[in-house]
Design a protein around this ligand. Sequence first.
Ligand SMILES: Cc1cc2nc3c(=O)[nH]c(=O)nc-3n(C[C@H](O)[C@H](O)[C@H](O)COP(=O)(O)OP(=O)(O)OC[C@H]3O[C@@H](n4cnc5c(N)ncnc54)[C@H](O)[C@@H]3O)c2cc1C
Ligand code: FES
Length: 319
Amino acid sequence: MTGLRITFADDEVIEFNAVMGASVLESAEQSGYALAQNCRSGICRTCVAQRPDGSRTFLCQERAEPGFMARVPYARADLVPATMRKARINGFALVSPSVWQLRYRLQFPLAFLPGQYVELSLPGIEGSRRFSMANAPGDAEHILYIRDIPQGAVPAYLRERAKVNDLFSLRGPLGVFYLRRSARPKLFIAGGTGLAPILAMLRELGRRDISEPLALVFGVTNAADVFALDEIRALAQKLPLEVVLVAVTADAAWSGREGTVVDAMPDLRSFTIDAGIEAYICGPPGMVAAARSLLESNGADPAHIFNEEFIENPHPVPA
Ligand SMILES: Cc1cc2nc3c(=O)[nH]c(=O)nc-3n(C[C@H](O)[C@H](O)[C@H](O)COP(=O)(O)OP(=O)(O)OC[C@H]3O[C@@H](n4cnc5c(N)ncnc54)[C@H](O)[C@@H]3O)c2cc1C
Ligand code: FES
């Protein structure tokens, strides 16, 4: 094969020629094919693809060579171009000692798949920041859960200057961590605010007539960091959902497990990890890697494990 070949999750295939000195991503674009991308510098991981030998590569970094083949983990039809929107704040509050909830309304609706994220440009903050919608698509109000990082520009804005009705802009939808249309049993593993996109997925499932078993393992550092418990309980009433809560550091009131999400995964009672499941993992990179490796060593199929790593803001702030 002299061209390059990309296969999508729905088995659609595109073939195109290598552009000299360009990446696979740029070569596809030169031939008029869109692929998932964002930072274009090897940081955000949106463009991840799997080579035939199972190894992973970032298509924005992979030099285009004739004969290159890879599989991307999303359907071609699910690629929606990102657009800009204006939004106004409806409300914001600390919902645990370490997590803010920000609610806003959009001037015009934004179609997205549950699990996707937006880039926010907030007043007085240089550069954009990425946050995942926790609401289901179609909701008039969008909800974000934002980790209260002490030096974070967004938490400082929420603590010091934000007001209801503040106007800001956002760009989205972005990312390919989204709920797949399948009837496979689904395991959701969330660390801290990594719960946000998983809540969007569970809320979407709550609107469907489903019978496949679901399980959520939600881990936090300190027991007091846990948030959105009422929503989780309401979803567990509506869905065939087993929930395991786990905190690295428990307190006297904690009724969940003590440890990490990886320690807690064997505690699942109604959910069996095997080659037939689909798994969604979101949180800090170390947690995502450890959970993924445990799933794979228990027989889960890597092609049906999807993850999003909450890395720090990948865009350098302009000088
Ligand atoms: C696809 C995607 C989706 C995301 N969704 C969410 C979400 O829903 N909720 C959420 O809370 N976060 C999410 N994140 C992470 C979030 O975008 C970053 O943490 C962002 O930088 C936070 O902005 P900030 O203004 O709080 O901190 P910034 O002003 O960007 O950073 C301040 C300092 O804090 C440190 N820092 C920032 N973020 C991190 C981090 N994640 N890990 C370690 N150190 C860090 C850095 O040293 C940085 O210099 C997501 C990231 C990605 C890539
Ligand atoms: S677009 Fe390739 S890593 Fe971000």
